[in-house]
Design a protein around this ligand. Structure first.
Ligand code: ATP
Length: 287
């Protein structure tokens, strides 16, 4: 598996109709992919600890997807095994009145990672060029006339690119992951949520309504990805009909990003080493 096959950094166009959501790499079977995923989780633990100890770079991982594509599972999976002190998750829901009273990036900025931390956005400011675009929500809010131009989404792509560039230039990595499922797979997942009583709570009536706008969403995703993919802040479009494959890909994306940071434990000065030796002696000589 080569994650570069799924990486969009502005050098190639993303065309949703050409993308095979059922891909499962060259794995012999599911268990082989799960083995690789578990190896990555082990690596992630060590990398996260060093990231935290070094406290220089921060990492923002954004998950976007249609309903039932496995966003929650992906978040849970990245969280598994890593030290909870160094990772946080933010879910972006329908904006509150306080959030709507600010610009759309405000709530994301407040939740941005600190140095040494990994922050996961479960949905993000990309909703403001996805659901908002699909339903023309910008026209229903309280934006002034002068910003409601035909270019409002082109403007937002630029604003998002600039914000992510700003983060990158200030020591934060931004990776954006689109879990791409087919409409057929979504139907299967919805039916499972209806048929399996333990999954009923996951089903919300609105999900079926949104499904009715599938083509408009796909168009919005394609445009958003093509307009906001950059070498420093790439998009990864992850085939997600097979969740076990998606998780193996996500694991590799996260690990390779942390590896590229190559965080190191802070160096201990000679003076400090001497001090530690003194403490050691003190402890050893305790009664
Ligand atoms: P799950 O995938 O587990 O069902 P979820 O992410 O769908 O969880 P919900 O609370 O069901 O969580 O949905 C969040 C809803 O908020 C989505 O329908 C999303 O489109 C909507 N939303 C998020 N940001 C915005 C925004 N800026 N404007 C309007 N709607 C938004």
């Amino acid at each position: 598996m080569n994650i570069n096959d799924f990486r969009f950094d502005g050098n190639k166009k993303f065309k949703i109709s050409d993308f095979d959501t059922k891909q499962d790499g060259k794995f012999k079977d599911r268990s082989e992919a799960e083995e690789l995923r578990d190896d990555h989780i082990m690596e992630l633990q060590g990398l996260q600890e060093r990231l935290y100890a070094e406290g220089k770079e921060g990492v923002l991982i954004i998950f976007q997807a249609m309903d039932a594509a496995g966003k929650d599972g992906a978040v849970k999976y990245v969280m598994s095994g890593v030290n909870p002190a160094g990772i946080s998750v933010h879910n972006f829901k329908v904006p509150s009145s306080e959030e709507l009273a600010h610009d759309y990036l405000w709530r994301a900025m407040k939740a941005a990672p600190q140095r040494g931390m990994i922050t996961i956005f479960n949905r993000s400011y990309y909703e403001d060029v996805l659901v908002v675009k699909v339903h023309d929500l910008h026209k229903k809010g309280s934006l002034p006339e002068r910003v409601l131009t035909k270019d409002i989404f082109e403007d937002r792509y630029d604003q998002i690119k600039n914000y992510e560039k700003h983060l990158h230039q200030n020591g934060f990595r931004v990776i954006k992951i689109f879990l791409n499922i087919s409409k057929g797979e979504q139907k299967k997942q919805f039916l499972q949520r209806i048929d399996d009583p333990s999954k009923n709570w996951k089903f919300s009536d609105g999900d079926v309504v949104e499904r009715g706008y599938w083509d408009k969403y796909m168009e919005a995703y394609e445009e958003a990805i093509n307009n906001t993919s950059t070498p420093d802040c790439p998009w990864y479009v992850v085939p997600s009909d097979k969740k076990w494959f998606a998780r193996a890909v996500i694991a590799e994306i996260v690990v390779s990003t942390l590896e590229s940071i190559n965080p190191k434990y802070p160096e201990v000065s000679e003076k400090r080493k001497q001090k530690l030796a003194e403490f050691r002696e003190l402890l050893m000589n305790e009664e």
